[in-house]
Design a protein around this ligand. Sequence first.
Ligand code: C2E
Ligand code: CA
Ligand code: CA
Length: 414
Amino acid sequence: MARAWQFLCLADILNFAALRRHLGRTRADQLVIDVSVRIAEVLPAARVLIVGRSILELAFEGDTIDDLDAALVRLNDEFGAAFDLDGEAHQLKMLFAAAAAPVGNTEDVRLAEEAEAAMEQARIDQRTVVRDLSAGTPAFDRLTLSRELGPALANREMFLQYQPKVHVRRQQISSAEALVRWQHPTRGLVLPGDFITLAEEIGEIGPLTLWTLEQVIADQKVLARDGHDLTVFINISGQLLAERDFVQIACGMVEQSNAKIGFEITETAVIRDPEIAIRHLQQCADVGITIAIDDYGAGLSSLAYLKQLPARELKIDKMFVLQLTSSNRDPLIVRSTIDLAHALEMEVTAEGVETQAAMALLTVMGCDMVQGYLISRPISFDAFRQYLSDDKLKGTEEQKSTLFTRPASFWKSA
Ligand code: C2E
Ligand code: CA
Ligand code: CA
């Protein structure tokens, strides 16, 4: 029977360097294999992978999150006792960290990132750390994070990454989306999923968004000077769409700068107070801001309703796009959304395009723009400029076709 929870656990041999000094390099290099064998004995159902000289990854499932706790207790017990190495007893200092999520709720990449974040925390605390993704950010973390969020802007801990959107027929980068990240001094990289709601709750979303806008205006100008005068989109939280002061300041900044800026807004943002939202969006459109409807399909509203918004672009939620080639229902939804949006004179962007198969299907369906890991992950501004100038050099049609198949190594610098 299918299990309800998936776990990704990382194990690090903390005293590896000391053991290597004692055992010699060749023997020490075998150590991680010995450890993987021992883990496989303790947890026969786990898939154990060696991911570094002293680091292992364990993937397994369970019925409840208690199964993870039980597994961690068994592992800690097992390695608490001395470890036999060719007849010599050695004490391994093992550190464990894990991420847990209900099956089907979390993308593999997110689970891996959370397990790594848990390991970073475990190294600081010197104890096992588990991140339960079903519970959102744990209460303690939320409290601490919210205290740290205010000063984070002033401390220059926030930065932006850019992800290109590609126009399918023109085979050209048509615009980009700026996504905010928090480089936390001790926690490492914190993604917006963990702090945007928090920022909304504590009233920091306004300052954060105005800071983002200021950055993208400056960055858009740099791109334009490079010869890439493309629109840069930012995400606007629903709460801000209702705030007159925010809208006025933001519109003023864009109008004064003459930069090509777009706002991505979600349908739920409009539903809360349609009259005010529509009025404010119209003000934005009047100063030249392009409006895109984000996460379409994830909410409840119909396209007929969205017709009232001055939006030029509709972004189909990645939930539908990710399953495009594996589900029967999603291609129908995507197809009819594209047709309807076109009838309403909107361009359609598919987000979450990860495979060539999805790309091919979307092209046939007449989707206008695509965004996703297949084209590029979100990358630093410098890497994005590099990406654009690289793209400019590609002259021939044959070279253009390689746009979607860049090697992963290209992004290592990001
Ligand atoms: P979103 O606007 O739907 O942004 C797209 C998210 O999907 C990004 O996650 C991006 O990294 C991810 N993504 C892009 N391509 C792919 C793909 O091919 N496959 C998969 N599986 N995922 C892909 P990220 O950066 O973690 O952002 C999450 C959400 O946080 C955003 O969702 C947006 O709602 C919010 N957010 C990000 N920056 C800001 C901001 O400055 N202000 C506000 N209010 N919200 C923001
Ligand atoms: Ca977005
Ligand atoms: Ca989206």
